[in-house]
Design a protein around this ligand. Structure first.
Ligand code: DC
Length: 230
């Protein structure tokens, strides 16, 4: 059985990671959450005070610090997810903090940051048998991926999902704050100069505003089966 690469791109909180994880599990592939990598670099920048509350990034300091950032994934059999480790420490929980979400787009638009992470992502993706999600996977990281999806949903659906997810983790963030964070990230992620979020020409678009996770999963699995059987 051939092992393909599946690229899933899309807007923030469009449900990419839930579906990517589900597909990876069903196909027995590895799942790589590239957003977690950008979030871990952002966490490092916050800890090193390279970024302030007004989102001013010390770009030179960030670039100088890049060789001190070592990212790996560790599989957690309890959650079935590969969790992000920053310099050997599992930071899966910390990278989901609202402060990291607030600052991540500013860090991830720096070309030097992208270059470092894209090299690592390509190395993981080259061998196939991978589901990778992010913003530039189908266009830049794995342009030859055999199957590409572009996921989108209304801002209302995405805001409500992210709000509920934060609440489940005990983080009471007002819905308005979640919505404005998503809108601001959409704006920066889509308009930045390097590797903006764009839909690959050969991507299958999934607008999941009104689709259940099961409906999306079934559709995406049948697309994967078609490619695998071709
Ligand atoms: O998928 P996420 O919301 O966890 O991603 C966090 C941020 O990382 C997102 O706002 C933009 C950035 N990102 C990126 O620039 N390129 C990727 N491939 C993945 C994420």
């Amino acid at each position: 059985m051939k092992r393909i690469s599946i690229a899933i791109d899309g807007l923030s909180a469009s449900g990419k990671s839930t579906l990517a994880q589900g597909l990876a599990k069903a196909l027995n592939y590895i799942y790589i959450d590239t957003g977690a990598m950008y979030r871990a670099v952002t966490l490092f920048a916050l800890r090193e005070k390279l970024i302030d509350h007004e989102s001013n990034l010390n770009e030179e300091g960030m670039i100088m610090a890049l060789p001190r950032i070592y990212l790996t994934f560790r599989f957690n059999p309890g959650t079935g997810k590969s969790e992000i480790c920053l310099n050997g420490r599992n930071v899966e929980k910390e990278v989901r903090a609202h402060e990291v979400s607030r600052q991540v787009s500013v860090v991830s638009r720096l070309p030097e940051v992208r270059e470092k992470l894209v090299i690592a992502q390509r190395r993981i993706g080259e061998a196939g048998g991978v589901v990778m999600d992010g913003r530039d996977i189908g266009t830049v990281v794995l342009p030859n991926a055999e199957l590409k999806f572009f996921m989108t949903a209304s801002i209302k659906a995405r805001g409500e999902r992210r709000h509920a997810e934060l609440a489940r983790r005990g983080r009471a963030i007002a819905l308005d704050d979640v919505l404005s964070n998503l809108q601001e990230r959409d704006r920066i992620d889509s308009t930045r100069e390097h590797s903006p979020l764009t839909q690959a020409e050969d991507a299958i678009v999934i607008d999941n505003s009104d689709l259940s996770i099961e409906q999306q999963f079934d559709h995406m699995m049948s697309c994967a089966q078609q490619v695998l059987n071709a």
